[in-house]
Design a binder for this molecule. Structure first.
Ligand code: VG1
Ligand code: CO
Length: 542
């Protein structure tokens, strides 16, 4: 086996977005594309003598990419790589393995919720030694490296057998193939009262778990069916497939429609859940009632002490800026710190490491805690089960009780996908240009109290992130946020976030879209969405 240094040249546009580098699969499979990016990662973080974790969500090209990354790690002098069997690992399980084994970081192959397949999407992201996504400074350095790269190193070798557990060597590097599920499942047992959840299922509680043919299937079957005694068949679409069975593994009412129909149909189970491509996000649904992610975050924060891993209470709660303020009300009631960060889990890392927060969440169906440094879909589902087991109430009762106590933050996100990039950029530029004129303006019977482009100063390291999304705030607490997605691979996606707060029993009665109607009209008016983009309605509403 010999190390080859391959001459290459920079490839334009290898810039990581909200969550790593995502491109069309054929782009990633193109000459030197994957290799350039992986070498840039190693050049920035250093590989010599280091140990890394490697795994992915099982999408098309996952297996081939894993072999390339292993040969490059060996050629760059890595001492050891811990790989999930079959090159599989959910994002939270990878985060846990990085921390458990005190490694120097890890590479996760995933484009998360983006569809998989030969003509769909692929992605690569790097997580640091704390188990969390590389912060902006590090991803920016990786991008800069891709613009100057002249060669990469790779070992000439046969494929490593990733199908069976155990240790082998590749050049001078040790490769440990581990079970992707067992360490993660053991961690969950330390956080939640498995006996109480087992008793819940034994008492006839019924659940549906839809893994959407993505990575959580093996985790869900092991934990929910084998360890907790949920009825066999509780987990559906539980086999990870290279094309996710043609599904779009984004756990929301639009893409998880089959689950929604079941939960709103006759003989619905007590509890439903779905997770995304790489297993870091979740949707939860009660019988006949949908739980918005922002409400889910607030309810988990308010009830976490009921689970053994959190019985000492929470240190603080953080949410991304577009996430509703429901969690803030819980933090205030608990008398703990609260934080508002830009979109993307990497912004929670410092707060978690510094012990300032215990639970974090995003409106995009991501929730997690300080047990790892990623959002964690099954963790949220298990915490919900633990809360349901202890409180003995239905999801609807818990949700309505929460709204009565704290008031309700009506909330919705409208996505306008695959807009021409130039049109989306022009719309955002025009909106940004008029922000200072907005305060004081009356629209739809509401008065604008403030408007800005969200800037964030990290409370721990002082780093500053600018232009994280336009916020328009109203005197009555309503809010409009607009930003462009950083995870898409086709054109631009406009995300429009809408919020309105109502106190007391008045918050129980309405459908969110109905309650938000004036806020939605004001957003279209102020941003000129139809005039700029040609779209007068979103294609995904969550
Ligand atoms: C989206 C979500 C964001 C999330 C990110 C990665 O980003 O809005 O909250 O952290 O996806 O999630 P954007 O830039 O497209 O809005 V994952 O599970 O898909 O890696
Ligand atoms: Co994900």
């Amino acid at each position: 086996m010999s190390i080859t240094t391959v001459a290459t040249q920079p490839i334009a546009g290898q810039k990581p977005g909200t969550s790593g580098l995502r491109k069309k699969t054929p782009v990633f499979m193109g000459p030197h594309y994957l290799e350039n990016f992986v070498q840039s990662i190693f050049d920035v973080v250093g590989a010599d003598g280091k140990t890394f974790v490697l795994g992915g969500d099982g999408r098309y090209f996952n297996d081939r990419a894993a072999q390339v990354i292993l040969r490059m790690a060996a050629a760059n002098g890595a001492a050891r790589v811990i790989v999930g069997q079959g090159a599989l690992l959910s994002t939270p399980a990878a985060s846990h393995l990085i921390r458990l084994n005190k490694t120097d970081g890890g590479i996760v192959m995933s484009a998360s919720h983006n569809p998989g397949g030969p003509h769909e999407d692929f992605g690569v992201k790097f997580n640091m030694a704390n188990g969390g996504p590389a912060p902006e400074g590090v991803t920016e350095a990786m991008f800069q490296r891709t613009t100057t790269i002249a060669d990469y190193r790779i070992l000439e070798a046969h494929d490593v057998d990733l199908s069976s557990l155990g240790r082998s060597t590749l050049g001078g590097m040790v490769v440990d193939v581990v079970d992707p599920v067992s360490d993660y499942a053991a961690l969950m047992e330390t956080l939640f009262d498995f006996d109480a959840i087992r008793a819940l299922f034994a008492g006839g509680f019924r659940m549906r778990m839809d893994s959407m043919c993505a990575i959580t299937g093996p985790y869900a079957v092991e934990i929910l069916e084998r360890r907790l005694g949920a009825a066999p068949g509780t987990c559906v679409n539980a086999q990870p497939l290279p094309d996710f069975g043609g599904m779009h593994p984004d756990p929301n009412p639009t893409w998880a429609k089959v689950l929604m129909d079941e939960m709103f149909g006759e003989n619905a189970p007590d509890f439903g859940a779905a997770s995304d491509g790489d297993g870091d996000r979740n949707m939860v649904v009660g019988r006949g009632i949908y739980v918005s992610p922002s409400d889910s975050l607030a309810i988990l924060a308010a009830n976490a002490h009921l689970a053994k891993g959190y019985k000492g209470g929470l240190k603080g709660v953080a949410r991304s800026m577009p996430t509703s303020a429901a969690a803030d009300r819980v933090a205030d009631a608990l008398g703990i710190e609260k934080f508002e960060t830009p979109t993307g889990w990497k912004f929670f890392g410092n707060l978690l490491d510094a012990g300032r927060v215990t639970i974090c969440g995003e409106e995009s169906f991501g929730t997690g805690s300080d047990h790892v440094r990623e959002k964690d879909g099954l963790w949220a589902i298990l915490l919900w089960l633990n809360i349901l087991a202890v409180r003995g109430e239905t999801v609807a009762e818990i949700l309505k009780g929460h709204w009565l106590k704290y008031g309700r933050n009506y909330y919705s996100r409208h996505d306008f996908e695959a807009i021409e990039t130039a049109k989306a950029d022009a719309m955002m530029a025009a909106l940004r240009a008029k922000l200072s004129d907005l305060p004081g303006m009356e629209i739809e019977g509401m008065t604008i109290s403030a408007a800005d482009d969200f800037a964030y100063t990290d409370p721990v390291d002082g780093s500053v992130s600018l232009k994280q999304g336009v916020r328009i705030l109203f005197g009555d607490g309503s809010r409009i946020v607009l930003r462009l997605s950083g995870t898409g691979t086709e054109g631009a996606t406009l995300r429009l976030y809408l919020e309105r707060y109502v106190a007391g029993p008045a918050g129980l009665d309405h459908d969110a879209q109905e309650a938000l109607a004036p806020v939605i009209r004001a957003a279209h008016d102020l941003a000129g969405i139809a005039a700029f983009t040609g779209r007068d309605a979103p294609n995904v509403v969550t």
